[in-house]
Structures are given as C-alpha cells and as structure tokens.
Design a protein around this ligand. Structure first.
Ligand code: SME
Length: 156
C-alpha cells in the first residue's frame, strides 16, 4: 500500500475512534459512523449496519446513511448480507450484476462490501456499503472497515 493511502486510512481510523468515543447512545454513535464514512469516502454511497434480530435467523437494519431501503429484514443466507451472516467472512462484490444471490437496493448500485462484526467470537451483525461505481473496493476498504467493526464491537 502507498504511504499516501496508509495516511488516509490512519486519518479515517482516528476519526472513527473519535466518533465512537463521544458520549451518547449506541445508536447515535453508529449513526455518526455511517455519516462519517459516507461523507469522507467518495465511493461509499450507502453505509449501514445490520444486526442479528434477537434469536431469529435474520438480520435487521439498524442505522444507515443513504437512500431508504425496503430491505430492513434479511433472512440468513439471502443476498450478500445474509451470506455473510452465515459465512462469517468479508464479502467484496466488485460487480453486483454477476451475483446470483443478491438483493438489489436500487439500479444505481454497482458494487458492495460487507464486513462481519464479532462480539466474543460471535457474528452479531455487519457493516454494509454500496457503491455506484463498479470495481472500486480494495484491500484498503477491508482494512478500514475491519477496524470499524472491531471498534463498534467494543460499544455493543
Ligand atoms: N444488497 C444487499 C441488501 C442490502 S442493501 O445493499 C442496503 C444484499 O444483497 O444482501
């Protein structure tokens, strides 16, 4: 990774830490993270958190920034998000049109990245980012978002 990219990531990480350290309810801090990432990173067009819905095998949308979505409940296994709920692995989709198991949140979305959130080794939810640009996500995004998920896990 270039020094310049590493610097950008480091600055974003410190902004994330600052946003999470502010006093307030968990939901307000999660909203601040969505707003921050969507504002600061040009290729992030929708940023949201999904969490396991109680003891049901489904995800429920929590805070998000971007266009409203009708996909507020996603069964485990369905779409990119539902697959991450069962695989426990990052899922980077550079071209959503090439995915069979995909839930569309609008024709503008071209690529997507989903990173799971673990609390005590349990997959409790995820951060989901949509982009209007294809082939845009890199290892830098995974590094930043894994950091975000680790920090978010600490306040859940
Ligand atoms: N595209 C996701 C659904 C959630 S929206 O992106 C907000 C999926 O396939 O799981």
């Amino acid at each position: 990774m270039s020094k310049q990219n590493q610097m950008k990531i480091d600055i974003l990480k410190s902004k994330v830490e600052k946003a999470l350290s502010l006093n307030g309810q968990t939901m307000d801090r999660l909203q601040a993270i969505c707003d921050l990432l969507e504002r600061e990173i040009l290729h992030y067009d929708w940023v949201g958190f999904y969490f396991k819905n109680g003891d049901k095998n489904e995800l429920k949308l929590a805070q998000y920034t971007g266009e409203e979505t009708e996909h507020t409940i996603i069964p485990f296994g369905k779409g990119i998000c539902g697959q991450v709920a069962v695989s426990n692995k990052n899922f980077v989709v550079q071209d959503v049109s090439a995915q069979e198991n995909y839930i569309s949140c609008g024709w503008k979305v071209k690529s997507e990245i989903v990173i799971p959130i673990f609390v005590n080794d349990e997959n409790v939810g995820q951060i989901d980012i949509d982009s209007h640009t294809a082939n845009v996500f890199t290892a830098d995004d995974e590094e930043l978002l894994e950091f975000v998920c680790k920090k978010v896990a600490e306040i859940l």
